[in-house]
Design a protein around this ligand. Structure first.
Ligand code: PLP
Length: 434
């Protein structure tokens, strides 16, 4: 607070307020340094005000409220598989806990699991990774935030996809950096526009985050996009954060990780985990793959925060990677059937247009032709049809005219959802006909 500013008690407020206009920074400076504010509450660090939540949870609570009031709701809002892990994975967890594998363990993950992850990436993605380049974390989000804490400085600029996973810009801002969106537009089949990315790189850009297959569009970045991102990263000395959490949920071809391109591994961090491919959301298991010096930095952050991931879940994760019952292929086959059924059904609803996603388990639907705002369509669908989806703005400005539905309900529920949507579509059918 500038010296000499007058303080007065504000009605209904426990501290004092300045009589003069006070900037945000001054306000915080005053609260930190002004010892004459004995009854002011201790402050929350300003970085928290930079963070935002995830839209899906708000829709989920409203949907639950409607269910409690007796309504039938088809939940297509959360990105949580309706499957559970394969039986041998649950058995492995039980056995590990019974065998006393419940102690503090290595901060970067038990060596058997890090070896299993390196081997799994070789088998499924043809990547050359050593166990010392792997760090295990409680969930992909934690692996991502450790990597971001290790690599991003305040004042840096970080490129991220829009639409995309909302945590990328949120956590970037939380670290005091600037989040710079690059578009994934329908007219480019949701592939990144590399000219746009190149134009947005400045001397302060230090990292580019992307996610392929993408949440929410389901786009698998093509070989040209990966090659050009790699070239730009090399030219401008950028970190690449490649979120590969949906790499196994791929409907055509073989997954290509940017890590495999020449010269890229040194500047790349792969983020992956067990939540989606192995239907283990609540187990909180993820990992990062990076150059050893990056893993060492992240390891120190682990030591200073959560110490280690529970050993018994790590032992079970080895069983998940072994996948002795071929559970992943079975789940992906089912997601493919759901995708085919749901996407063709959506394209039959007046005003809806949906491209076929190449991976992940989402349908990303353009609703522009309904003449309504996406929020209004989402509300009508939830309140009147009992179908819960998310208005696309939850994934960034590029999602303004879209809805996201997760393919995490059985096919008969998806058919039911399509019928319900057809019925409600009468509300906007006239606008589409014009
Ligand atoms: N990355 C992306 C792109 C996601 O969609 C999600 C979950 O929705 C996550 C990371 C978080 O994964 P986890 O639950 O393992 O933290």
């Amino acid at each position: 607070m500038p010296t000499g500013a007058r303080l007065s008690r504000a009605p209904g407020f426990s501290g004092y307020v300045s009589s003069g206009a006070e900037t945000f920074a001054e306000h915080h400076f005053a609260r930190q340094n002004d010892r004459i504010l004995p009854d002011t509450m201790p402050r929350i660090a300003s970085r928290v005000s930079q963070l935002t939540g995830e839209g899906a949870l708000a829709v989920y609570s409203r949907a639950k409220e409607l269910e409690r009031a007796g309504r039938s709701i088809i939940h297509l809002e959360l990105g949580e598989p309706d499957f559970h892990p394969a039986a041998p994975v649950v058995d492995a967890l039980r056995d590990a806990a019974a065998a006393g594998r419940d102690r503090y363990v290595s901060t970067r993950g038990i060596s058997e699991l890090r070896e299993a992850i390196a081997d799994y990436l070789k088998r499924t993605r043809r990547l050359e990774v050593t166990p010392e380049q792997v760090l295990v974390a409680p969930g992909c989000k934690m692996a991502l935030s450790l990597a971001m804490m290790a690599l991003i400085e305040p004042g840096d600029e970080v490129l991220y996809p829009d639409p995309g996973f909302p945590i990328y810009p949120s956590f970037t801002r939380g670290l005091g950096a600037t989040a710079v969106p690059f578009g994934l537009e329908g007219k480019h089949n949701f592939q990144p526009d590399l000219d746009e990315i190149a134009a947005k790189i400045t001397t302060r850009t230090t990292a580019l985050i992307f996610n392929s297959p993408n949440n929410p569009t389901g786009t698998v970045f093509n070989a040209e996009a990966l090659r050009k991102i790699a070239e730009l990263a090399e030219k401008h000395d950028l970190w690449i954060l490649s979120d590969e959490i949906y790499a196994r949920i791929l409907f055509d071809g073989e997954y290509q990780s940017i890590w495999s391109l020449p010269g890229v591994a040194e500047r790349t961090v792969i983020i992956d985990g067990f939540s989606k491919s192995f239907a283990m959301t609540g187990w909180r298991l993820g990992y990062a793959v990076a150059a050893k010096r990056v893993v060492d930095a992240m390891d120190l952050l682990v030591l200073n925060t959560f110490t280690c991931v529970a050993e018994f879940t790590q032992v079970a994760a080895i069983e998940a990677l072994r996948d002795s019952t071929h559970a992943v292929d079975a789940m992906v086959a089912e997601y493919r059937k759901r995708r085919d059924l749901f996407v063709s059904g959506l394209n039959g609803i007046p005003g809806f247009r949906c491209q076929t996603p190449g991976g992940a388990f989402y349908a990303w639907v353009n609703i522009e032709e309904t003449g309504l705002a996406a929020e209004d369509v989402a509300k009508l669908l939830l309140e009147e049809a009992g179908v819960a989806g998310i208005a696309g703005a939850a994934f960034g400005g590029g999602g303004k005219n879209y809805l996201r539905f997760s393919l995490v309900s059985a096919r008969h529920s998806l058919e039911d959802a399509l019928e319900r949507m057809q019925r409600v579509a009468s509300r906007w059918r006239a606008a589409v006909a014009r």
